[in-house]
Write a new protein. Structure first.
Length: 332
């Protein structure tokens, strides 16, 4: 049995949808696009509030978090595999009453108070949509990267740095994320190599001052990552001088790629307001410029992107959607 005060079901919206002359697979209250921590948390909150809720996920529950070999900074779990955490979140959402559909969204259309979400295998309609498709980390596209993801190759020092305590590591990048990662690792690792292919670091002056004062960090400007070596685990990297091309091998056990992220906002480029990097502009409660469309998780423009902040975003967006639906019903 769901907890929370019940809100009138999809029948409230069915008459409007039928008036359009279109047949959809389901008439819902909330459609959540993306089944990562943000989307699944939103689903839990929406379903517990009595809303007919569906989550559309392209691959598997957990999103990017599911690719982490271990997560050790999510409250309540001292250590858990990312895939296991994703499965538990998905099961929690379904137990609350949400439905998870594995499909790919191809378009979103607005018509009055209706939001029509088309997938490759069907379509769904609701007055509220929560966008929680996240952002993907940029890859270095070098030999050994894909093979050693989760085996020493990571895209998040805050997430995985503790696993390399006492070991030599490398960070790739020259901006604020890379320098922040190097500083974080410097407190854990005896040696940190910071590879920056540009002649100078692009990080803020304050961060660079901290880096200069930190011990154990070797900054290698004008150096490009050419490959990651190792069989079952990372054993080293191949680095090349950006000018001469001369290569050198450095022994490390962990490689942290901090070369940026790419928001998966193409579906929303004409629907929502994006910042210069392509992230959706919204307030802390996930409210966007488009009524009835909310955003949660790594897709939202913000400073910190972690499992815990994604979950918080999901809860906020869910409550915003509840308020929106309640007010919409009053108008009818």
């Amino acid at each position: 049995m769901r907890c929370g005060r019940s809100i009138p079901r999809a029948a409230v919206w069915r008459q409007k949808s039928n008036a359009r002359g279109e047949k959809t697979d389901d008439m819902l209250d909330v459609i959540i696009i993306g089944g990562g921590p943000a989307g699944l948390t939103a689903a839990i909150y929406c379903a517990r509030a009595g809303l007919e809720t569906i989550v559309i996920e392209r691959l598997a529950p957990g999103g990017q978090a599911a690719t982490a070999s271990e997560i050790a900074n999510y409250p309540g779990f001292q250590k858990i595999a990312g895939a296991d955490l994703g499965q538990q979140m998905g099961q929690h959402a379904e137990a609350a009453g949400a439905k998870i559909v594995y499909d790919e969204v191809v378009s979103i259309e607005l018509n009055g108070t209706a939001r029509l979400v088309r997938t490759r295998h069907g379509s769904y309609e609701a007055p509220a949509v929560i966008a929680a498709v996240g952002a993907r980390k940029k890859t270095a596209n070098v030999p050994g990267e894909n093979e050693l993801i989760g085996k020493g190759v990571s895209y998040c020092a805050t997430c995985d740095g503790a696993f390399f305590r006492g070991k030599a590591t490398a960070v790739v990048g020259g901006g604020n994320p890379a320098v922040s990662d190097a500083l974080y690792l410097a407190a854990l690792c005896p040696k940190v190599y910071l590879l920056n292919r540009e002649p100078e670091l692009q990080a803020d002056p304050g961060l660079q001052t901290q880096l200069a004062a930190a011990g154990g960090v070797t900054v290698m400007n004008g150096t490009a990552l050419k490959g990651i070596e190792g069989r079952d685990m990372v054993e080293g990297i191949r680095a090349a001088d950006a000018k001469t091309g001369e290569e050198t091998t450095i022994a490390v056990r962990g490689v942290f790629l901090a070369i940026g992220t790419v928001p998966q906002s193409s579906l929303f480029s004409e629907l929502l307001e994006l910042d210069e990097k392509g992230y959706v502009l919204a307030d802390e409660f996930g409210v966007t410029k488009t009524p009835g469309v909310f955003v949660a998780g790594d897709l939202r423009g913000k400073k910190l992107r972690q499992v815990v902040t994604a979950a918080a975003d999901g809860a906020n967006a869910a409550v915003s959607a509840q308020v929106y639906i309640k007010n919409l019903k009053k108008q009818n």
